[in-house]
Structures are given as C-alpha cells and as structure tokens.
Design a protein. Structure first.
Length: 175
C-alpha cells in the first residue's frame, strides 16, 4: 500500500446528546462515523508523517485519542476563527481546531512561511474547511506525498479518500 508524508483529515464526527434542533443535526448534511469507526481506519502513514486533523471543541478528547491510535504524537494546533457565530452548549462556537501530530521525525515548516496560530477566514458551506490551509501545506511541503481523508473534492498533487470526492481519483484504504 502506498504511504503518505502528509495526511489531512476532517472526520465526520458523530455528535450525541445536547439539545440541537433536528434541522441542525450534522446527519442532515452527511453520514457520520463513531469514534471506534474512525479509530479503526487504515491510515497509510509513512515513517516520517505529519497529520493535520480537524476537530471541534466538543471533540478534542476524542480527536487526541484518534491521533494517538493512528500512531501520531500531538505537537500543536491552529485555531480557525470562522468570523461567524455558531452553535454550542456552553459557548457559541465560532472556531474549529486543526490538530497537528507527527509520526517519526518529519521537518517543521520553514520558519519564514509559518503563520499565526489563530487563522481568520469566513466559513462557507457547512463543514467545508478553508482551501487556503491545504494550499499552505502545499507551500510548506511541495515534494511530499499527500492524502486527504474524508475529502469533498480533488486537488492537484493530493490523493483523496472520501464519499464526496470524485470516485475516479479515489485512493483505496482497504485493510
């Protein structure tokens, strides 16, 4: 199986509990997965791999569990300020979190290309992450093999796996 130096993942987290209106449920937008289903995925990471894992405030613990289960060590995070008020049980959340984990000893991004840890960009379509983050990763690591898990679209230089991406360019992650 082909392995990747960069893995960019936006799992379809399943949210349970709370008092969200039925019309606001994530399942109305796309199928979700349980923590165990996400943890048990085959992750084709190279020996020196960087994982960029999207999560939300209520899913931080589960996300760190996934990161560790997939064989990565947590290193840092980026906060995406969506410039729009969202839902929330304690606070009205307007951000998402991009966790960064490493396997082996991959290089950090070049110092002159690093950005602030709080990134502001107005959100678009439900759950769609900023394309600018993927472009930044490309700029940091132009010659690395890259895989986007749970992809919605295809991008030059990236292999993709996801039920919303074009089936023609899908990467098979069988066990």
């Amino acid at each position: 199986m082909k392995t990747y130096d960069i893995i960019y993942a936006d799992p379809p987290w399943r949210y349970e509990g709370g008092t969200i209106r039925p019309s606001d449920r994530i399942e109305n937008h796309y199928p979700t997965m349980s923590l165990e289903e996400i943890k048990n995925m085959t992750i084709p990471a190279s020996d020196n791999c960087i994982l960029f894992l999207w999560t939300t405030a209520p899913k931080i613990e589960e996300s760190l569990e996934v990161l560790n289960h997939w064989g990565f060590k947590y290193r840092t995070q980026l906060i995406w300020d969506k410039n729009r008020l969202g839902l929330g049980w304690w606070f009205r959340i307007q951000h998402e979190i991009l966790l960064v984990g490493i396997k082996g000893n991959p290089k950090c991004p070049p110092e002159e290309k690093r950005i602030r840890s709080v990134y502001r960009e107005t959100r678009g379509k439900h759950s769609k992450k900023p394309d600018s983050i993927r472009r930044l990763i490309d700029e940091w690591y132009p010659n690395k093999t890259k895989l986007e898990l749970f992809a919605r679209d295809t991008f030059y230089g990236w292999d993709v796996h996801g039920n919303e991406a074009s089936s023609i360019k899908q990467t098979y992650l069988g066990k």
